[in-house]
Design a protein around this ligand. Structure first.
Ligand code: HPA
Length: 240
């Protein structure tokens, strides 16, 4: 979902391979880079290429970019993802403002010796900044863009959920389920970085309505909803 990054001006790009200890994408031709520049009148850094736990990276690698962000003085992290909706009020293509998350990854990104960027037992009562969520609502209303709110359940994948798993995650309090974001958000919060997250509902796992899910339909729905998400993200960056 690189549309927002393509709007960055005054660009300076930095390949991951030039940064000591930065994980490098295993897929050839997708080496990945950090992009620095301006967006919405702000100095920004964007990641082209992201690391998922299901690809085989360990949690320290998945969240290494957030450690770099902290060292560079980044104040706010904007994250996006594609996810499967479990809330019966959702439709495919919806933009979900992430209000909270449930961590279902099998390994915690803060496991091990505590980094001095934050406490041993970090508070998580407002992982997703309330002011930024409110601002997103205001912007969506002004632009007549439909947004929904919900709890994102982070799982390792790479299988999509069975009907029983979708049902379980929904009954446990989740509105959408996906394979990213939660580790990065935890580490960003541990570093004191504010977070705003949005999820594109690319498929639905509703109780009693089992349907096949494919990567192709996930990509198609994500591509369709991307311009609206970009509009909201750009405007939050400009106003925050
Ligand atoms: N489940 C998990 N991850 C996903 C889904 C889903 O239904 N859709 C997009 N990413």
């Amino acid at each position: 979902m690189g549309q927002l990054a393509s709007e960055i001006t005054d660009k300076y790009e930095f390949p991951y391979s030039e940064i000591p200890n930065f994980p490098v994408s295993t897929v050839e031709g997708h080496a990945g880079k950090l992009i620095f520049g301006k967006l919405g009148g702000k100095d920004v850094m964007a990641m082209e290429g992201r690391f998922h736990y299901y690809e085989g990276y360990d949690m320290k690698e998945v969240t290494f970019p957030e450690r770099v962000m902290f060292e560079l003085g980044i104040e706010t992290l904007f994250v996006s993802n594609a996810s499967g909706g479990m809330n019966p009020d959702f439709v495919i293509g919806d933009l979900m403002i992430i209000d909270d998350h449930i961590n279902f990854f099998p390994e915690h990104p803060l496991r091990g010796k505590n980094f001095p960027t934050g406490p041993r037992f970090p508070d998580m009562h407002e992982a997703y900044d309330k002011n930024l969520r409110d601002l997103a609502d205001t912007i969506a209303r002004e632009k007549s863009i439909r947004v929904v709110h919900g709890v994102y359940v982070g799982v390792q994948g790479p299988t999509f959920e069975t009907p029983a798993e979708y049902r379980m995650y929904h009954r446990l309090g989740g509105d959408a389920v996906g394979m990213s974001t939660v580790p990065e958000v935890i580490v960003a919060r541990h570093c004191g970085i504010k977070v705003f997250g949005m999820s594109i509902i690319t498929d639905l796992g509703l109780e009693g309505q089992p349907v096949e899910v494919s990567h192709e339909e996930v990509q198609e729905a994500a591509n369709k909803a991307q311009p609206l998400m970009t509009e909201i993200m750009r405007e939050i960056i400009r106003r925050s």
